[in-house]
Design a protein around this ligand. Sequence first.
Ligand code: ZN
Length: 287
Amino acid sequence: MAIFTLPQEMILFYKNNMLLLEEASVQPDIRRYVMEEEGPRHYIDIDVYGDSAVFTFPRKWSVAQEVYSRDTLLANGIIPWAILWTKHELTAAFKQGNDAGILRYSADIAHYIADAHVPLHTTINYNGQFTGQEGIHRLWETRIPEIESKDYTFWVGKATYIADTEVRIWEVIESSHLKVDSVLQIENQLSESFSEDRKYAYRKTGKTERRDYSEPYAEAYAALLRGMVERQMRASVKLIGDFWFTCWVDAGQPDITDFKILSDKYLDKLKKKDSLRIPLQRTGLHN
Ligand SMILES: [Zn+2]
């Protein structure tokens, strides 16, 4: 959906490569299983650093690294910097006229920006594991969209230039983190009015059947959240467009209108390249 926020000069390349971009945008989650350094890029457990840390935490990587340590930062997640670093890569790819690079980093940054809009990606209690709410992560970010997103509207207007991307990304982290209490408390209250057998249902996916939140439960939760999931999805669509556009402008608005459709082989290559460090077979998770 972010593609449709782009200006005339950009939209063709993105539209032509839409399917590839979609596939590439889920690669970062697949990489998590094969590259140790990938995991921390998807979240920041900002509450580990104290109650109001989201407002006081050093914004600059160099400063944060001096105050805490690289290991501490990595252990608690680095999503704000992952987005900013990827922004540099994407800008460079635009400057070099590197079509595969543009696609790759557009997909990566889209993934991280979307993750940053999930409140539970900003807390140590990311799956409700400390409050007896195990599974809430999936309920919020997967189950609700599965049921409702067909009715969401993703028209968010045109991409706009971001003057200060560092400030902007920390605003997103703040806004997401401030929603954590509601996300947890509302589910906690709701679960009191649902018996276990109404809260969960067995669902068939392919050949396997597994226990998951029931549709009535997910719907009731979404209703109490008053459109939060949709608002966060819309906000991430807009910000993804804004970042793509900003990188292109910063690169000097290169002409990419003649770029062709990248072939599927590109995606295979991308998968291979990213799994070089640890062969896929060795993880046992992917074949
Ligand atoms: Zn992720």
